[in-house]
Design a protein around this ligand. Structure first.
Ligand code: EPZ
Length: 421
């Protein structure tokens, strides 16, 4: 188990090349199960979650090789239709393989994903949507077993809750169903729009891409394609907040500013100076931030995946602010760890009330989930003295070379191997 040792107090200054989106790649890779052939997915980030997905694909018979962000996928031969618990328990996005497998082969057996650090995270919408397409779904010993007599049939399906994963899963299945499907209240996160664009390149017929209503005309077969993963908007937001917290300046490269409109506007509200062009974002902060409340929402609102980082940011504000998560009610495992650094935060229902301006000092803190770990790193950057962040395998799931990127910006951060838990 690795840990980071961080010396606080350094301003961040410089530029960072943003990697491909974790949640983008995790949606594109399962899509290759829909059509036999060779695929190249460029701008794929070198992350634990991507490796977990490629190992799951390997278990299904698909050969994957990642070299310098080029992901080569040989999906000519699928040798099994079972996604085992050993893979799915590591990463919920593994559940994405259900839709493509049952659409193409008429059957699939996928382990139910485990829980997360912050809650049950059900998959009922994935299951309901694929059932509506005509699959018969049973649960057996922790596995979802989907079977369809003949081809899936197009359908009308409304997502009761806007769900990124369920939209991706059902959309992929609908592309090979017979007839038309109308999916409403779809997620419109950029990663889903990018998936729909890749499916269209593969020959799928999808109208309404980028909107909450997707109309899919099923086709008999799809073709393999090459695709590029979109930039990681959550990684980008994390570095913008890191620079703002340390009153430094940063230039992000290889980023899509238009995926971050709501975040950029919030950062400007705190007093940051921000300039953007087509693939760059420049941020400068000369003073501590004004306290600014945050309320997460589905895209294009503020992503839940930055609420932990924003909470850390508001520790440096002169005043009180409130961070409300309307997507996940209890995604606050990082708060007790931030309090160990001297933070003053109260949790009321699904909100964190932050009393900014407290002096933070280094301590040993424990990561418990991906974005929560990022908030601990950010807080350590502005804490006096040394902070040790344990269990950083959580971070390695979603941040590509974070310590190198932070070091290049002037942070004092070292990775240490530990046998401690
Ligand atoms: C995706 O998870 C992301 N993961 C998450 O990012 C992100 O936090 C989340 O979307 C919300 O934006 C990937 O893309 C791999 P959801 P997903 O289905 O698809 C409820 C990160 O840090 N729901 O959009 O699992 C659910 O409980 C990760 O990178 C159901 O009720 O999220 C939640 O309240 C963490 N039933 C809401 O919908 C379902 O069947 C949104 O969840 C599915 C979801």
């Amino acid at each position: 188990m690795d840990k980071f040792v961080i010396e606080g107090g350094k301003k961040l200054k410089g530029s960072v090349k943003i990697a491909g989106a974790k949640n983008g790649a995790l949606a594109l890779i399962p899509a290759t199960l829909l059509a036999p052939g060779i695929y190249n997915i460029s701008n794929t980030p070198d992350l634990k979650d991507v490796w977990t997905m490629t190992r799951l694909m390997g278990a299904l018979g698909v050969f994957c090789e990642l070299n310098n962000s080029e992901l080569f996928i040989d999906a000519r031969e699928i040798t099994q239709l079972v996604a085992p618990y050993e893979h799915v328990k590591k990463m919920r996005a593994s559940f994405y393989v259900l839709g493509p497998l049952v659409a193409r082969y008429g059957e699939a057996k996928v382990s139910l994903p485990g829980g997360c650090a912050w809650g049950p995270r059900p998959v009922d919408l994935h299951i309901k949507g694929i059932e509506k397409l005509g699959a018969e779904i049973t649960l057996d010993q922790g596995y979802v077993i989907a079977k369809s007599k003949g081809r899936l049939q197009g359908c009308k399906f409304h997502f009761d809750i806007s769900s990124v994963g369920a939209t991706g899963n059902v959309l992929m299945a609908a592309t090979l169903a017979k007839g038309t499907s109308v999916l409403t209240n779809c997620a419109i996160e950029p990663e889903i729009t990018a998936l729909a664009k890749m499916l269209t390149k593969m020959g799928a017929k999808i109208d309404g891409i980028g909107t909450t209503e997707l109309i899919i005309e099923g086709v008999d077969e799809l073709q393999p394609v090459n695709e590029e993963t979109i930039p990681d908007r959550i990684e980008a937001a994390t570095y913008l907040i890191a620079a703002a917290m340390t009153m430094g300046e940063i230039q992000l490269e290889n980023v899509n500013p238009y995926h971050l409109t709501s975040v950029i506007s919030k950062l400007e509200e705190t007093g940051c100076e921000i300039d953007i062009n087509s693939n760059k974002i420049f941020l400068r902060a000369d003073a501590p931030p004004k306290p600014v409340d945050l309320v997460t929402a589905v895209y294009p609102g503020i992503p839940t995946d930055i609420q932990a980082q924003w909470t850390a940011y508001m520790l440096t504000a002169e005043g009180t602010s409130k961070v409300t998560d309307n997507i996940y009610q209890d995604r606050f495992k990082h708060v007790p760890e931030l309090i160990r650094l001297g933070a003053k935060i109260d949790i009321v229902d699904n909100a964190a009330i932050i009393t900014g301006g407290e002096k933070l000092s280094g301590a040993t803190v424990m990561s418990s989930d991906l974005r929560g770990s990022a908030s601990l790193i950010l807080a350590a950057l502005v804490s006096k003295g040394t902070t040790e962040v344990l269990r950083i395998y959580h971070l390695d799931r979603g941040y590509d070379n974070i310590e190198q990127k932070l070091k290049k910006l002037g942070a004092v951060i070292e990775r240490h191997q530990t046998e401690l838990v």
